[in-house]
Design a binder for this molecule. Structure first.
Ligand code: PMP
Length: 419
């Protein structure tokens, strides 16, 4: 046990280090998982790849015109092996997978699903939320009237026994999941855990896995996992319509101007397209054609993702090195060491996250608000901080990480001394 005088001297040192950092008057932002401009530059060639004279898809469709609600077939074929979804069960949409999630949930609330015609909105409706998780999943579902129920996770995925217990309630309609390099922990679900979720009994006949594979291709290291074929796992378990698969090129090409994807069982795909056809005549096929020409084939996507990794892996390493150097020999925090995705999760002493975020803001380092990783913005232990190192330059990330360490130490010693 550290004695009180030792703690006092640690606090003094931490306080000095913090003041020194704050006096530099920096303005750094590691809040959101946005690509840095160097990453966006990688895809600029896209912008010139479709001209008025040359706007036909390989199968002869004029991309400039209306139609083709499920997106151009060649792009769906290109992404099919990458996402592990057959091309005829994969829709290519507009620029945001979050919009597809909102649409699918809204259709289910209003019309029921392909499996059960009772609108989810006709009664109480709840979603399971593995935590820590993605804040926009939570705010989207909350805004649509879902009650959010937290599920714990370990490093193989959500705890299935807990999900199963809660899913005995028929108003539990589904579960959010970021299967690969999760936002914000970076963990990837194991095939075994995915199979358990595929087979899990649930009272709602149309219990749905909201399988948001936003980071399925976003590896930081050469050796990496492949996306789980959740459609096959669910079909084998007798729940062919259970997964709704989402993905996009937001963090592959231009984040505001990419292509989104929706994959599902055959009945769900028909249901989704029938409903989508009421609110749209077709997606932006010009953008889809640009993406098709830009990548050429699936290997083109893989090669492109390597270039992203070359840019962002050093930023992740800078944060991990700073945490290790500053906190590795203490018991003040633990952190995830992701092999992909956009985030690192830092777990600090209970009840210190809010203070750390505040201290960091005052010292010129913006962090995601404490609590954002949990439903309703409430992290019961008050100790989870999401770090998003991709957008600032490497030099800025290094500085931000140094500042973060100073804030963790200061807030921790304050807390330990306060008892
Ligand atoms: N899902 C997850 C897990 C994300 O982290 C993000 C982006 N931060 C999105 C979806 C948003 O994707 P899109 O741009 O396709 O709407």
């Amino acid at each position: 046990m550290t004695s009180t005088p030792d703690l006092e001297s640690e606090l003094e040192q931490a306080s000095r280090a913090y003041e020194e950092f704050a006096s530099r008057g920096l303005d750094l932002d590691i809040t959101r998982g946005k690509p840095g401009s160097e990453q966006l530059d990688l895809s600029d060639a896209l912008l010139g790849l479709v001209t008025g004279d040359d706007a036909r898809t390989p199968s002869g469709v004029d991309a400039r015109n209306y139609g083709g609600i499920d997106g151009i077939i060649e792009l769906r074929e290109l992404f099919s092996p990458l996402l592990k979804v057959p091309a005829d069960q994969l829709l290519a949409g507009g620029n945001a997978s979050l919009t597809l999630m909102g649409q699918a949930l809204t259709f289910a609330l209003l019309h029921g699903t392909a499996v059960d015609g009772t609108p989810w909105g006709a009664g109480p409706h709840k979603l399971l939320c593995p935590v820590p998780g993605y804040d926009r999943h939570f705010t989207l579902a909350e805004s649509l009237g879902f009650e959010l129920l937290s599920i714990p996770m370990d490093d193989e995925g959500p705890i299935v026994a807990e999900a199963q217990r809660l899913a005995e309630d028929p108003s539990v309609k589904g579960m959010w999941l970021v299967p690969m390099y999760s936002n914000p922990t970076g963990i990837t679900i194991t095939e075994e855990r995915a199979a358990e979720l595929a087979a899990m009994p649930a009272a709602a006949p149309d219990f749905t896995l909201l399988w948001d594979n936003a980071y399925g291709l976003h590896h930081l290291r050469e050796t990496h996992p492949e996306p789980v074929d959740i459609l096959s796992l669910c079909a084998e378990a007798g729940h062919p319509e259970r997964p709704w698969i989402f993905a996009s090129t937001s963090k592959i090409t231009h984040a505001g101007a990419g292509v989104s994807f929706f994959g599902a069982g055959p009945e769900t795909m028909r249901w989704f397209i029938a409903n989508l056809g009421k609110i749209a005549i077709g997606p932006d096929k010009v953008n889809q054609l640009r993406h098709l020409r830009f990548f050429g084939d699936a290997d083109g996507v893989v090669a492109h993702m390597r270039k992203h990794a070359e840019i962002i892996a050093p930023k992740f390493d800078a944060v991990l090195d700073a945490l290790e150097q500053g906190l590795g020999s203490t018991e003040l925090a633990t952190w995830t060491k992701p092999d992909g995705g956009y985030f690192i999760t830092l777990t600090t002493l209970e009840g210190t996250a809010e203070r750390i975020v505040k201290l960091a803001a005052e010292a010129g380092v913006k962090l995601t608000p404490a609590g954002a990783t949990h439903p309703y913005g409430i992290d019961p232990a008050g100790n989870v901080i999401r770090i998003a190192p991709t957008m600032p330059s490497l030099a800025e990330v290094e500085l931000a990480a140094e500042g973060l360490v100073a804030c963790v130490k200061l807030a921790s010693y304050e807390k330990l001394l306060a008892g």
